[in-house]
Design a protein around this ligand. Sequence first.
Ligand code: SF4
Ligand code: MG
Length: 332
Amino acid sequence: NEPLLKVEGLKKYFPVQAGVITHTVGHVKAVDDVSFEVYEGETLGIVGESGCGKSTTGRMLMRLLEPTEGNITFSGHKISELSNKELRAVRRDIQMVFQDPYASLNPRHTIGKILEEPLIVHGIGNAKERKERVMSLLNIVGLSDFHAKRYPHQFSGGQRQRVGIARALMTNPKLVIADEPVSALDVSVQAQVLNLMQDLQREFKLTYIFIAHDLGVVRHISNRVGVMYLGHIVELADSESLYEEPLHPYTQALLSAVPIPDPDFKREAELIKGDIPSPSNPPSGCTFHTRCPHKMAVCSQQVPVFNEIKPGHSVACHLYDEAHRNDIKQSN
Ligand code: SF4
Ligand code: MG
């Protein structure tokens, strides 16, 4: 079973400039050797604190940003090798939903015009067909025909995100990259938008990459979840396995920060100490060692390898190295 999307060794380094005559003094390793696959019809959640590289990863998949290194293969095509014409065709198939729909909707255009635009860009349909498609998508996302004549400022946050979703679906894409699509919304509205996205996924056989800063948000929508820290994926697993048995100390800390609905169940609070280190000067070895409650001597010296510990469950942490697993066994 070939994945719809395959990402191999993806890197994005931004130069850091300094001096009166600016020269490059270093690099921010925003994304540093990220690999994953996404299968048709599934949702891959990508979670991490701000600055971990999750949005940068999403933008490279759309080729809105050129990778420094690495391969992205979509539907058998290497995205980096496509001509402009071929890239346009791929862009029909990969669409993005943004965190702040207000910032991404032109305030001077009606919703009808905003929704029609992707069809015009890709040369889809005549004026009548485009108008019908706009009306149909408005209804599909839970809005009405008359909303086509309105402007973005006349909509609530939740309605605007429905417009953002409708716009992403105009070209009938295969893959939708949603970058924190509900982070700016009230909690009550978040659930509605998440439900809508799940309904649309079933109806149109969509594949999602769902980016979030909170493990709680992606829990019910994701089949698999990848956790990012300082440009790396530190853990990747089936949702069930990740939430039931998180292996990486960072994932464990993120999970303990998720509010628990059952008040009788008290999880030992294991909040993450300290700030995220600067990605321009990341810690040696395991980049999480400055904040990790399980840090060992080896952690600041050696970069942990990303290993599959159980079928479908991979982690980059020295606690799961063969040698340390033996230590742990002996001390038990
Ligand atoms: Fe913590 Fe060491 Fe594992 Fe990094 S490698 S997460 S510092 S135990
Ligand atoms: Mg972001």
